[in-house]
Design a protein around this ligand. Structure first.
Ligand SMILES: [Zn+2]
Length: 189
């Protein structure tokens, strides 16, 4: 198992994707064992904070009429409504002092699965001299997948923290890892 204290380089950033109540057991769109990523990711957040590695916590943050909801033609139940408990980050998640929150899924015309989709994050990371990304969160086969593929496409080295992810489906998780490897990401077991 990789030791977070020994893994970071000065040009790294940590991305923690959508660790929100609605994606955890009891939420509106629960992922099996989704809450277990909290204990897996906290040591990475802690180590990043101590080494002054920037940490980005992302959140799905939907308006009531969001196009990803089934009632509006999408594939998902209503989830992560803005300013609701379901959209809050899991309360066990370590929120570091140097945190940046990235908000996505706010558009009325399309969903944004990837943290890089029209958020300006890639530009900011490049401006800050970041070259490598460590990524974990929810769900492995949806927003984490889209984020890792976009991160590779944007020219970053990407490391996936597998113990800090859970998939919607096992099969989707397996396929996602294969797609990530093909895109050049390194899977950290
Ligand atoms: Zn969503």
């Amino acid at each position: 198992m990789a030791d977070p204290k020994e893994m970071f380089r000065p040009d790294d950033a940590l991305l923690v994707v959508d660790v929100q109540n609605d994606f955890c057991p009891g939420g509106a769109l629960p992922i099996e064992q989704g809450d277990e990523v909290v204990a897996a990711l906290n040591p990475w957040i802690d180590a990043a904070q101590k080494q002054r590695i920037p940490v980005f916590l992302t959140r799905d943050w939907h308006p009531t009429g969001h196009p990803s909801f089934a009632a509006n033609g999408g594939s998902w139940p209503v989830h992560c409504l803005q300013d609701t408990y379901g959209a809050d980050l899991h309360s066990g998640l370590l929120i570091p002092k140097n945190v940046e929150i990235v908000t996505k899924g706010t558009r009325f015309d399309q969903d944004q699965l990837s943290v890089f989709d029209q958020t300006g994050l890639a530009e900011k990371l490049r401006a800050d001299g970041i070259r490598r990304l460590w990524v974990g969160g929810l769900a492995l086969d949806v927003c984490v997948l889209a984020t890792v593929l976009d991160g590779c496409r944007e020219g970053f080295e990407v490391r996936l923290l597998l113990s800090g992810c859970r998939p919607v489906t096992e099969e989707g998780g397996r396929e996602s890892l294969e797609k990530m490897r093909q895109a050049g990401a390194v899977i950290i077991e």
